[in-house]
Design a protein around this ligand. Sequence first.
Ligand SMILES: [Zn+2]
Length: 167
Amino acid sequence: MTHLLKGFAQPEIKETVANYGSLDATVKELLLSAHAVRQRAYTPYSNFKVGAAFRATPSDIIFNGCNVENAAFTPTACAERTALTKAVSEGYQKFSTGAVVAYAPDVFTSPCGVCRQFIREFAGNTDVPIYIARAIEERSPTEPFVDDDPVLCTSIFNLLPNSFHTY
Ligand SMILES: [Zn+2]
């Protein structure tokens, strides 16, 4: 029966925690974009602000998005889906990397289950690295990260193993 497992997308990237300072300049740029757009989050109900950014490939254009809450709660859009929806509506459907920035005291904020499925849709058969960093409020908006900041380096196939897909 193990042949039935062949179609499942499996992680191609080992999950690690790295220091911000050790990251590639393109990853830092993506995290800074996610951090910047997080400032625009519309969160009158939770005040939990999230920013996300995805780098389209092969164009290298960054699309970012923030979470947008709603009084009826259900229509709320997460930052990850806002960013990807912006990209797709501009004609971009492939992404080389993603980044998510939010703040919780002692934990990384990773994409919710709905967003994991949404990101997975555009991964096709190739894993997409996702970098998750914490936004410390007291920091300067122009320099929100320092070299020692921990960044979770994971991927969509780590976040959503054995995922649902139909093609
Ligand atoms: Zn979400």
